[in-house]
Structure formats: C-alpha cells, structure tokens
Design a protein around this ligand. Sequence first.
Ligand code: ASP
Length: 351
Amino acid sequence: MSYSISYNANPQLLSVGQLTLDSIAELFHYADMLRPVASRVKVCRILEGAVLANLFFEASTRTRISFGAAFSRLGGAVCDTTGFTFSSMAKGESISDTSRVISGYVDAIVVRHPEKGAVSEFAAATNLPLINGGDGPGEHPSQALLDLYTIINEFSRVGKSINGSHIAMVGDLKYGRTVHSLIQLLSLYKGIKFTLISPTSLQMPSYILDAVEHSGNVIEQRTSFGEELKGIDIIYATRIQKERFTSEEVEGYSPNFQVNKSFIEAHCKSNAIVMHPLPRDSREEAYDLSTDLDSDPRLAIFRQTDNGVPIRMALFSMLMGVESQIERNLRNATWKSPKFIGPNDHFALRE
Ligand code: ASP
C-alpha cells in the first residue's frame, strides 16, 4: 500500500520535508470534513478498537492532549506516558527496544523526545503509523501543519493569499522547532518575504536558511524591530526555549522584542494576524507575546490551538488508511457545547 504521507515506505510523519502542496491539500480537505467533530457538532468512530501510544518524554500540554483528543474523538483509546522518570528508558532501555515493545501493544504512536533525531530512531524500529510530536530543537511537523491551516483559514476570510505575503518570526529562532518546521512548510509557496527577528545568539540555523533561500523566497535577518519594518501580514512570536541552553546565550534579548499592541500598530498591516505556538511565557522578564492583544481579533493563538484537533484527526485518518470512511461515519452529537468556547472567542467574528 502506498501512502500520501510516508517515511521509508511507512505511514509516518517525521519532518515537513516529506510534504508536498498536494499531500497538504488532501490533509486539509479531511481536516475540513472533521472540523464539526472537533467542534462537537458531529461524532465519528472510524478508529473504534484502535489504541494510540502517546509517548511524551518532554513537557507538553496542548500537543499531548490534542493528539489524545483527536484519537479519542475518532473512537480510539489512548495510552499516555509522560517524562523519562516513569519509563524504562530511565533503566537504560534503548529507543529501538522501547519502540518495538510498544509497537506490540498499540496501533499508532506519537513521540516527543528532547533530542533532535530521536524520533526517527523510534520510527526506524517500527512499521506502525508514527508522528513526530517534537524532537528537541529539531522539528514539530504537526504544529506547522496546524499553523498553515490556520493561516489559510484566516487569509481566506479577508481574501489574502500566502504567495507574496510578508511573514515575520520573532524570538528564539535557533531552538524553536515550530518555526523550523513552519518556515520550511511556507517555503512551498512563492514570493514570500520572511523577516526573522532575534538576537544574534538565537538566529535561525543556517541549514534551514539555506533550504528557504533555495526555494526562491526572500529572507531578511534583523536583531531589532527598527522603524523601517512595515507591512507585515503575519507576525509569529515564539517563546525563548530556556530549557535548551545556558542563560548566557539569551544575551541581547530585551523588552524591545516583545510583540504587543504598539508593535502591531507600528509594523503590521491592519488585517495582519498574530500567531504563537504557545505556551507563552507569562513571567514578566520573559517579554513573550503580550496579553494586551487578548481581545484583539487579529490574535489567532486560540484558533491555532483549536485547529490542532482537526489537523491531528486528519493525520491519523490518512496514516491509518481510514480517510475514505469519514463521510459516511459522521453522525450528529447527542450533547450540546457552548458556541464560543472562550470569553474572547466572539471577537474573532470579524470580516
Ligand atoms: N509547544 C511548542 C513546542 O513544543 C512551543 C514551545 O514549547 O515553545 O515546541
């Protein structure tokens, strides 16, 4: 059997480098079909009887819960493990033994691991569907897909296209795996100007810059915002990944890097969107994305997190080969959920 998304002929997603505009369009088509399931209007049980191992050897809230929710909403069951301490890897078990053992118990695997490349070691020891849930400072492909899905949805409301847009990324571009995946995914489009803003010590790795430049899109790197920075369509803020380095490296990161209302007014188009993979660091000295934008309709962060569920349901459907069963398995939900999940959600209903 051949899969639209595959790694060494197995239905696995390790990197955005495996994706094409066609496979992404197919995935987003299924995500659109499954959106009513994510928003609790419909139910769909195409994975009834299947079991997911959701293996998180590093901190996570939204990725772990949304993968688990996605699998459960398709009728499957989820086994979670969190942290090294409670796994046999703390007893010295290898990644490949762990992967093979778990593959005997479940039907699909999601893995997050603090080391870049560790998830591909997991993948090499199993033929099961497997998704990289974040490998250290490497990649986070499902986050990039939900980000792209969000951008397409937000842009279609105001008649904008990704081709030719101005996209700025701010913060820790060296260790932030979400921006590593997202910039490569966006490079499938044409005529984009990327402005990358970070202290010199936290700049985007050169192997990623090379790949983006190879795609023909333009990159400008900056160490501060600067008055001449104008016309941004998407501002993507990131958290400083303190867990990945010594504090010296953060030298040069100051309050001037904070994305807030005055930044938006000065540098962005009036219909720009503000994104962040979350969590945002709410400690004062973090200078992460400001809360002064929380009731601003341009802030798309919770639409991003909400989109994680349909995207992950669509991924499971395709990797487990049940996507053709979605349509005939949709039924009305028996319970009612609030129309707006959060207190600021109604602000999003703008043109
Ligand atoms: N949640 C994202 C990740 O796991 C972003 C972050 O932690 O800053 O990479």
